[in-house]
Design a protein around this ligand. Structure first.
Ligand SMILES: [Zn+2]
Length: 237
């Protein structure tokens, strides 16, 4: 940041232009005529400060020595003009430096607390349904196996009676196995839907978050202390 420093016209206060902003310091008449309208430039680059004369005709002192351009510190004594007007350096820096925003640290910030307890019932319900589906699945598989066995037996009988055997046999086996696989598929769809339904309700209780937990058993979930997504705290009470 660069601050153009000089004498205010008329009232003769200190005049500063910093990033399109102008301000005056001191009382009327406090800046001598030997300080020109645009006398010097203060450059603030992070912690680094320097002062630069804006014209050969201007006289600037740093710690008693006349300079044209010099690296300084906030404690340097900068004087302008033959009369050695004392530049209020710290005051200028304080006025133009970006205000340090006092961000509350993570500990100070109030973290909302949510209870995970209502999710126990949600998990139990999901688990019950899932078990049911899996049991049905197994039952169906057994039934299909029996059916296939029976068809083969029937076809065998028919072959004994001189019926066209191969066609019936193949048809029977294929039909049964197709039924079994489509049945397995619909079960897989149902299981997937069950997981999707779980994600909608088995999630971070913070309404501003709602990050799904996935199929973590409630017995493990209840030991979670906070949400990895929003940082809210959890209790299991
Ligand atoms: Zn969350």
């Amino acid at each position: 940041m660069e601050i153009i420093i000089g004498r205010e016209e008329g009232a003769r206060r200190l005049h500063c232009i910093a990033g399109g902003r102008e301000f005056n310091l001191g009382v009327a008449g406090s800046v001598p005529i030997s300080v020109s309208r645009k006398h010097c430039k203060l450059i603030i680059n992070g912690e680094r400060l320097s002062i630069e004369n804006l014209s050969d005709l201007n006289v600037t002192f740093v710690d008693g020595n006349q300079v044209f351009s010099k690296v300084i510190t906030a404690n340097s004594q900068v004087q302008l003009g033959k009369e050695k007007y004392n530049l209020p350096l710290k005051e200028i820096i304080g006025l133009v430096a970006p205000k340090k925003t006092t961000k509350p640290s993570k500990q100070e910030k109030e973290v909302p607390v949510f209870s995970l307890a209502p999710l126990e019932e949600v998990w139990n319900e999901y688990n019950r349904k899932k078990l049911e589906l899996q049991l049905e699945n197994e039952k169906e598989a057994k039934k299909q196996k029996r059916k296939i066995g029976m068809r083969i037996a029937v076809s065998g009988l028919m072959s004994l009676c001189g019926e066209p055997v191969l066609g019936a046999l193949a048809g029977g086996v294929m039909g049964a196995s197709m039924m079994a696989s489509s049945n397995n598929e619909s079960k897989a769809v149902q299981l997937r839907k069950l997981d999707e339904e779980l994600d909608k309700v088995y999630k971070c209780p913070n309404p501003e978050c709602g990050c799904p937990f996935g199929p973590i058993p409630y017995n493990r979930l209840k030991f979670k202390r906070k949400c990895p997504n929003c940082g809210c705290k959890y209790t299991a009470d």
